[in-house]
Design a protein around this ligand. Structure first.
Ligand code: URA
Length: 242
């Protein structure tokens, strides 16, 4: 594939901009500055250096972000900065055939929720991860205003009715983790689901953090606001149980 085309697929701008990056000496491979935008390169495993920063080439982007509080999971946020501002421009710009350009969030977290957020430009992956039928469990760490008691935990496991649907929603698992803290596992993703379920049992969410999706936990070394690529073994952890 031509070098300028690889740059284009990775989100470094229009084909003309990508050619310009090479011609102006901003692109290197293995320490060698490239000067021919038409140079034939193999994208598999290729690491480009663009304007001094290494960029491993990925045909599809799968990333995790440690979402900090005070950010909206929307490209057009209403009151808070967008989580997309935490990602480098190529991830936001990479061209997507038949879809909106750039990576998209897998579901949404509220502005004040922190923790594990996945983003991708792979439409099938986005669909699979968001589908309630696939039952990918999501684990939330909740700090509550009032003390947590066993009766409330049991009600959350048995199912509570939210105002927009007569069908009860239940926690796949629920345990106390402190006097005012609980861990809740959900396999669906309704709007404000954790907050509404906790409210339905007479308590209130004071802080909410997503610690795990499927078998993938938020790594302890990924600080709030940081992102990183998901590797094949991490993607395997996201596959629903057979
Ligand atoms: N449930 C909520 O109420 N908010 C979130 O951000 C995620 C799950």
């Amino acid at each position: 594939m031509q070098l300028q085309q690889v740059l284009y697929t990775q989100g470094f701008g229009t084909r003309r901009v990508c050619a310009g990056l090479v011609e102006q000496g901003h692109v290197a491979i293995g320490g060698r500055t490239c000067d021919d935008p038409g140079e034939d390169v193999r994208p598999d495993g290729l690491v480009l250096t663009v304007q001094g920063r290494d960029w491993p080439v990925h045909e599809r982007a799968y990333v995790m972000l440690h979402k900090p509080a005070g950010h909206e999971c929307s490209a057009k946020p209403s009151a808070w900065p967008s989580v997309y501002t935490l990602l480098p421009a190529p991830l936001r710009q990479r061209p997507v055939r038949g879809g909106q350009d750039g990576v998209q969030c897998v579901g949404r977290l509220d502005q004040d929720t922190t923790g594990l957020l996945l983003l991708s430009d792979d439409g099938a992956f986005l669909h699979r991860m968001a589908s309630p039928r696939k039952h990918v469990p999501k684990v939330y760490e909740v700090v509550t205003r009032h003390p947590v008691d066993e009766a409330a935990l049991q009600r959350l496991r048995d199912g509570v009715v939210l105002e927009d649907d007569p069908k009860p929603v239940r926690a796949a698992a629920c345990e106390a983790t402190g006097s005012h803290a609980l861990r809740l596992t959900l396999t669906e993703g309704k709007y404000h689901q954790v907050k509404r379920m906790v409210a339905a049992v007479g308590n209130r969410v004071e802080a909410l953090h997503r610690s795990r999706i499927g078998g993938l936990s938020l790594p302890a070394d990924l600080a709030p606001g940081q992102w990183r690529w998901l590797g094949p073994s991490e993607l395997d952890l996201l596959k629903p149980a057979a």
